[in-house]
Write a protein that binds this ligand. Structure first.
Ligand code: F0G
Length: 461
């Protein structure tokens, strides 16, 4: 990767959206009103919003112009035809059904292919994917290599699946009809936006096919994954991102995509298959839940913006800037002594809250405490990925069980913030480091039975 000052953003700014930092006292009141849950904040009270990179991209002039040609026909929309052509051109999968967003596409995929009692192996499923597998009465099986779980690492492809474990999984289940497909998530969001190598994709696909099992991609961030392959995997430095993506998809039988990420769109998703019969089965779920086969929950203008965005995301200058900005934030944080997952992933920096606030035990929501303090310090909103999001309760002792890592994710929206914003975020951590010993943990005052992190409320200990 070139140094950050060897190039500049491959765009200039034509329109701005004002943001403002409210006072420390106003932030204190806002977060108290929010029950110390940053999902409950009004975005007006947030200065720099790193909650998610999903649906938060800035659209280009070409995308804004494309909105005007949106064809809002219920059936046979030419905007869908355009989107279908772009998806088929990139993936090689001719049979495309739109969905309102990624989880809509996942719902369609799981209803089409998964039966109760089955097991769905993959590198590491995203939460909504896990949710849909479980809702179907099946079991999600994460087979990430053990290197993928290490916080500090020099590994180039921490998103790779453990091929030996995948073989065992298939050996034990495929012949008995317990494996509907293998799902590969590129990049792997759940362990830090880590890339998967082409070699691993090819070998995992060969294994799946040897056992007669389809190989499907969750390709929300496939363009970022392709960029990492170009930068890090021998043999790919001279290939275009489009060629790399095409090779990757050539190993699969279909994909689900949340197009709110590498589609550079604010809403949308799709499911796509090589096999026409599978597509027709999927339509049985698209039509009642998402919408007719040519809009699937999207307006014509959404599909136009997405068709343009999918092509823009393949632009290498854009990807260099994008991945470079995330790496830049990571470097600033490392320089400031902040413990993060390394190497940085494609869409955000994951801060190791347990290492930053070692005096707060996990059962007192260490990462939540860090996320709240970052907001109080500077008006920056990250997201807790730790005890609140992933914690469970021991059914025997009633004691809370925490996940392996207590993280705060700083997800970077695409084409939205400048390096100055990143520098500001890193500086906020210096302020936090200076007063870290006085930071206290939290206890829950409200939790919903499922997906509690979205609506939980806390009080300070
Ligand atoms: N798959 C992956 C890998 C994701 O990261 C997400 C969403 C989804 C599927 C679901 O897509 O939100 O369009 O329904 N990730 C977001 C995030 C929410 O913040 O990481 P969706």
């Amino acid at each position: 990767m070139r140094p950050r000052d060897a190039y500049a953003e491959p765009y200039r700014i034509k329109m701005v959206e004002p943001v403002r930092q409210i006072s420390p006292e106003a932030r204190r009141l806002a977060v108290e009103r929010a029950g110390y849950n940053l999902f409950n904040l009004s975005s007006d009270d947030v200065y720099i919003d790193l909650l998610t990179d999903s649906g938060t991209a800035a659209m280009s002039d070409a995308q804004w112009s494309a909105l005007m040609r949106g064809d809002e026909a219920y059936a046979g929309s030419r905007s869908f035809a355009r989107l279908r052509r772009v998806v088929a051109d990139i993936t090689g999968y001719e049979h495309v059904a739109p969905a309102h967003q990624g989880r809509g596409a996942e719902h369609v995929l799981m209803m089409t292919l998964v039966r109760p009692g089955q097991r769905v192996p993959g590198n590491m499923h995203f939460d909504t994917t896990t949710g849909h597998i479980v809702l179907r009465g099946a079991e999600p099986v994460n087979l990430l290599r053990k290197q993928g779980y290490e916080v500090k690492s020099e590994e180039a492809f921490k998103g790779d699946v453990d091929l030996k474990a995948l073989r065992t999984e298939l050996e034990e289940n495929a012949a008995a009809g317990r494996t509907p497909f293998v799902l590969m998530t590129v990049t792997c969001n759940s362990n830090g936006g880590q890339p998967v190598s082409m070699a691993n994709i090819r070998q995992a696909s060969e294994l799946a096919h040897a056992y007669g099992v389809p190989f499907i991609f969750d390709c929300a961030r496939y363009a970022e994954n392709a960029y990492f392959i170009k930068m890090r995997e021998p043999g790919y430095s001279q290939k275009s991102i489009k060629e790399i993506a095409s090779e990757m998809f050539s190993y699969g039988d279909g994909c689900v995509m949340s197009a709110k990420k590498d589609g550079l769109a604010n809403m949308g998703g799709f499911v796509a298959f090589r096999d026409e019969a599978l597509y027709h089965r999927a339509l049985e779920w698209v039509i009642p839940f998402e919408g007719f086969a040519t809009y699937g929950g999207l307006s014509g203008r959404d599909m136009e913006a997405l068709a343009v965005g999918l092509e823009e995301a393949l632009d290498e200058a854009y990807l260099e800037e994008r991945i470079g900005q995330v790496a830049y934030l990571a470097d600033l944080l490392v320089d400031a002594g902040v413990p993060i997952i390394t190497p940085a992933g494609g869409h955000g920096v994951y801060v190791d809250a347990a290492a930053f606030l070692p005096h707060i035990p996990q059962k007192e929501f260490t990462a939540q405490a860090l996320a709240v303090e970052l907001y109080l310090e500077a008006g920056v909103r990250g997201v807790e990925l730790g005890m609140c999001a992933f914690g469970t309760t021991d059914p025997n002792s009633g004691e809370p069980i925490g996940p392996a890592l207590e993280l705060v994710r700083l997800a970077v929206p695409r084409r939205v913030y400048t390096d100055r914003h990143m520098a500001f975020v890193a500086r906020a951590f210096e302020g936090l480091a200076a007063r870290r010993d006085s930071i206290r943990g939290f206890r829950l005052t409200y939790e919903a039975p499922v997906l509690r992190h979205f609506t939980a409320r806390f009080e300070r200990i």
